[in-house]
Write a new protein. Sequence first.
Length: 67
Amino acid sequence: MPLVQITLAKGRTAEQLQALGAAVTAAVHDSIGAPTENVRVVVQECEPELWFIGGESLGALRESGRR
C-alpha cells in the first residue's frame, strides 16, 4: 500500500487539492502498478509564515511579490 506525503504552503483551493490527489494517485498507479484503491495520498498544509526560503518566510515573500 503506497503512501505519498505532500507538504504544501496553504493557499490552494479544494479543487486544486482534489486534482493533485487524483494526479498523484494516477502517477503511482502508472509507475509501479499499484491498484488505485491501495494508493494513499496525504496532503499537509503549512502556514506560509512557517515556511522559509533563503531565510525569509513565504508569507513575507508573497507580500513583497517575490513568490
